[in-house]
Write a protein that binds this ligand. Structure first.
Ligand code: MG
Length: 204
């Protein structure tokens, strides 16, 4: 894996070994279908998955409304004043996201979709080889992302979910709950978990 820019130069909440695992699994999706991520923020995960797509001739759909998740809003724990647009009174990570794509020269491999996940999913026509869920972390948001996109993964494709915290003292439980449900559904086999990032393969 040779990334075009330093991932630490991109704002985000993804560890280097988690990013490397994203790259590896996204690269393997090339023969199965396009990649799709929910929750791009400033593009750190996009850098890893987009580079995998660059290297394998695949494309990445990057879905984010770019108005920040719950925890990014003013007064919340992960608020970044540099991403606050005073004119609109909203968070806006899209400008920074586009800057990342340009710096990394990935604009020919990544298709930004600036929309809420549920809206983008409603008439989604393409079966995916790799889906990465890292959007809002509320129970309703994680469930909507799972229900909107898990059914769009081809047999043999991979579902990745970020921010798995089996111990509630470490973080919110919504991604972990949905991950356990996916496993219990019998439709997936577990591939690996890297820190808080889990990978499931869709069974045929
Ligand atoms: Mg995350």
């Amino acid at each position: 894996m040779r990334l075009p820019i330093d991932p630490e130069s991109v704002k985000g909440f993804l560890a280097p070994d988690e990013g490397a695992a994203l790259y590896e699994h996204a690269a393997q999706a090339a023969g199965v279908g396009p990649c799709l991520e929910i929750g791009s923020y400033c593009g750190r995960s996009t850098l890893y998955i987009g580079t995998a797509c660059r290297d394998t001739g695949n494309v990445l759909f990057a879905v984010d409304h770019h108005q920040g998740s719950e925890e990014h809003q003013p007064g919340e724990a992960y608020h970044d004043p540099a991403l606050y647009d005073a004119a609109s009174g909203r968070m806006d990570s899209f400008r920074e996201f586009r800057r990342t794509l340009a710096r990394a020269d990935l604009e020919a491999h990544v298709i930004p979709i600036v929309a809420r996940s549920a809206l983008a999913a409603r008439h989604w026509p393409v079966t995916c080889g790799f889906v990465f869920i890292d959007g809002g972390h509320s129970p309703a948001a994680v469930r909507a992302d799972y229900e909107g996109w898990a059914g769009r993964i081809a047999p043999g494709g991979v579902l990745a979910i970020h921010d798995l915290f089996p111990d509630p003292r470490d973080g919110g439980q919504a991604p972990w709950t949905v991950y356990q449900e996916a496993l219990a559904s019998g439709r997936y086999e577990e591939l690996t978990v890297v820190q808080t990032l889990g990978f499931l393969r869709r069974l045929g």
